[in-house]
Ligand binder design. Sequence first.
Ligand SMILES: Cc1cc2nc3c(=O)[nH]c(=O)nc-3n(C[C@H](O)[C@H](O)[C@H](O)COP(=O)(O)OP(=O)(O)OC[C@H]3O[C@@H](n4cnc5c(N)ncnc54)[C@H](O)[C@@H]3O)c2cc1C
Length: 311
Amino acid sequence: MPRESLLVIRALLLKLSNSRRMARRVTSNGVSRRMARRFVAGEELDEAIAAARACNRAGMMASLDYLGENVASEADARRARDAYLGIFDCIAQEKLDANVSLKLTQLGLDLGEEFCQGLVETIVERAAGYGNYVRIDMEGSAYTQRTIELAKRVRAKNPAVGVVVQSYLYRSGQDVRELIGIGCRMRLCKGAYKEPREIAFQQKADVDANYIRLMQLLLPSGLYHGIATHDPRMIAATLDFVAEHRIAKDKFEFQMLYGIRTDLQQKLVRDSYRMRIYIPFGRDWFPYFMRRLAERPANLVFFIRNLFRSR
Ligand SMILES: Cc1cc2nc3c(=O)[nH]c(=O)nc-3n(C[C@H](O)[C@H](O)[C@H](O)COP(=O)(O)OP(=O)(O)OC[C@H]3O[C@@H](n4cnc5c(N)ncnc54)[C@H](O)[C@@H]3O)c2cc1C
């Protein structure tokens, strides 16, 4: 498929990911539900716990993500907070090697920063009580500044929290330097949203080159960071860099998404690298699923073929 067509399809999928009407249609369709299971562990917590247990048995850590974003009411945001408190209790009871990833718009960022911060603080306190950790995912650029500032404020009270930086954003080099300066741990990823050229690299080669630059800033910082990618070239660049700079294998971790490149996950574990699998679960899986389809057109072709086959 020509590159231009791919970009159009990708942009369309990312736009559709915000449509509540589309979400209702797709999530009530049996075929899409089955297909989403490739990327989503299930709709209930016990399914995510089972997936985390399987990861631990395979020598990998987990990060549980209770799917949901852009809640419309304070009651929904409080429900999400309660779900995360329950997840930390469950991780502790089950003695899992797992932490949690969450999105601020699921905890009411659109409804008020102070309100959202209060909920996040409660979750981070619960995590810290168990010696555990909260990772704040990074959403679209409308939220970047607010996410970083809120994370810094919460972190000033309790260090059991870290953020995510996206290599497609021009600003990320500056963010990484500032966050290293305050001792904040980060996850580095490429970025999953549609962003304009005024603020973000548009070409894959530029996003990748910046990924490598940011990785080279993060890893010598002496802080424990997550290198989140399935891209063999980003992984090779990381392995070369840590070998050259004698950075020990337990000073950082690789991170990958549930259901993607399991072969590569296992290979890195066999080579004694630390690997954490991001395990999403919950009923609100539509936007996450659309972002995964947008990342790889082959997924979309597979999805459409299955939809037609089922008729
Ligand atoms: C642990 C983790 C957490 C993340 N958290 C965030 C976040 O907080 N905010 C954010 O914006 N983004 C997040 N992302 C998504 C990230 O930004 C990228 O969109 C995604 O990881 C694809 O980039 P890549 O590095 O794998 O490289 P790419 O160049 O996109 O892909 C490299 C190779 O990986 C495989 N691959 C990648 N994606 C898929 C897919 N969907 N299906 C099948 N194969 C695939 C393919 O083999 C592809 O050739 C996260 C990613 C990971 C791994």
